[in-house]
Write a protein that binds this ligand. Structure first.
Ligand SMILES: [Zn+2]
Length: 112
């Protein structure tokens, strides 16, 4: 069972108290974007075997959305952080690299 510590209220909540919101750090495309960009935003997801960044909502707690970094293979949680960020905090990235030395955070801004 996944247990995430909500970064807002500090409660260690298991997944039955949370709502999954899909992949985190998606670059959003709307009106005026190309068909390929909009299709990618709507349908293309990483779905990795390994480190993944996800959106979760503390549905039966404070109700706020947050981001979580975890491994989809071992289910290890590397940390949770505010959903109002475009990049995971450095301490979380450091914990990921300790376990997955080849991991590299994608640079969302450079992908534009
Ligand atoms: Zn909370």
């Amino acid at each position: 069972m996944l247990i995430f510590t909500c970064p807002y209220c500090g409660v260690a909540a298991d997944e039955t108290e949370l709502s999954a919101g899909g992949e985190a750090h998606l670059k959003r495309f709307g009106p005026g974007s190309s068909d390929d960009d909009f299709e990618g935003y709507l349908f293309v997801r990483e779905n990795p075997k390994g480190v993944h960044f996800e959106r979760w909502r503390h549905a039966y707690g404070c109700g706020k959305w947050f981001h979580a970094a975890r491994c989809t293979v071992s289910m290890e949680v590397f940390g949770t952080y505010s959903a109002q960020t475009t990049r995971p905090p450095e301490d979380i990235l450091g914990r990921i690299v300790e376990k997955h030395p080849n991991f590299k955070w994608r640079d969302i801004e450079a992908a534009e």
